[in-house]
Design a protein around this ligand. Structure first.
Ligand code: GLY
Length: 320
């Protein structure tokens, strides 16, 4: 099987000024992950490392640079899934942890559980020797500005989350609208893995949990069908089970990854208004990318081609 890695760096109202940083980060994440696959490594290692690369990069909404809740605190969450065993690890409400995706992997590999949250997840991370950074270390200036903008919009009575007014959209905002990062890979053995990690949404209520750590919503992997990682408005994605529905289409309607990803994401926004996006690889190695948000940073490497984009209807291809 030819190894493939696809990554996404968040769907939302990404402003022009944030486009170059996102694309650079996507390429770096792909570079890190594909090296593992090319050296015969597993899809699980590749997706974890690809996501870790974005967790370190403040251009993405997780790890360092994650968005802030109303208290000005970063609360991150993540999930990882192995399509061979259907084992998974999910974590939520972690604070001051740079790599939630690696904590999720430890939940999968070192416990009999699938999902741990809050103080228990923090304690688990400590027992697994993850560094708990000094309080507030993951908070960036841009995240603080985004929270101030969010609070200002609330004071003005403007829409806050996914349906902003035209007036509001004209502002050069750095706000985050459910952007997430994620990776899907298939390795030489045909094993599929998915990893997704997020800071959620700017201005979320402390303790709010989104779609990202929930299987079938933010993440799902099954070697017999494919793998999906999603991004966008979490409340919408959770209610629609976006990842699982895409895989159902591939499985029961025998649609290819692109058609299933496109049709289901469009249907979600049509029915529930909230926007989002998804990246998919099916068991045959076909790739799917689609988003109903203004922008979504994405890219994949298949063979010697790097394919990527961020605007609607835009695809760039580079030979490697
Ligand atoms: N999709 C990320 C979130 O809304 O939490």
């Amino acid at each position: 099987m030819q190894p493939i890695l696809i990554v996404q760096g968040g769907a939302g109202d990404i402003t022009d000024s944030r486009v170059p940083g996102k694309l650079t980060g996507i390429k770096e994440s792909l570079r890190v992950g594909i090296k593992i696959l090319e050296n015969g490594g597993s899809s699980l290692d590749a997706v974890e490392e690809a996501v870790r690369s974005m967790e370190l990069d403040e251009n993405f909404n997780t790890g360092y640079g994650a968005c802030l809740n109303t208290d000005g605190v970063v609360e991150v969450e993540a999930s990882i899934m192995d399509g061979k065993s259907l084992k998974s690890g999910c974590v939520t409400l972690l604070q001051d942890i740079m790599h939630p995706i690696s904590v999720a992997r430890k939940v999968m590999e070192k416990t009999n559980h699938t999902f741990i949250g809050g103080e228990s997840a923090m304690n688990f991370a400590r027992t697994q020797k993850f560094e708990v950074l000094p309080q507030g270390s993951l908070v960036t200036e841009n995240a603080k500005i985004a929270l101030e903008e969010f609070k200002e919009r609330q004071r003005k009575g403007l829409d806050t989350f996914f349906s902003r007014t035209e007036l509001d959209k004209k502002q050069e905002s750095v706000g985050e609208l459910g952007e997430t990062v994620g990776a899907v890979a298939i390795d030489a053995n045909g094993n599929i893995a998915v990893a997704t990690s997020t800071g959620g949404m700017t201005g979320k209520i402390p303790g709010r949990i989104g779609d990202t750590p929930i299987l079938g919503c933010g993440t799902y992997a099954d070697n017999e069908i494919g793998g999906v990682s999603t991004t966008g408005h979490g409340e919408t994605i959770m209610r629609f089970n976006l990842a699982q529905r895409i895989l159902q289409r591939i499985s029961y309607k025998e649609e290819n990854a692109q058609k299933a990803t496109e049709d289901v994401t469009m249907e979600m926004t049509k029915r529930l208004v909230g926007t989002g996006g998804a990246i998919t690889i099916d068991k045959k190695g076909d790739v799917g990318v689609y988003f109903t948000s203004k922008r979504m940073a994405w890219g994949y490497i298949k063979g010697n081609q790097l394919v990527y984009g961020i605007n609607q209807g835009e695809t760039f291809t580079e030979d490697l």
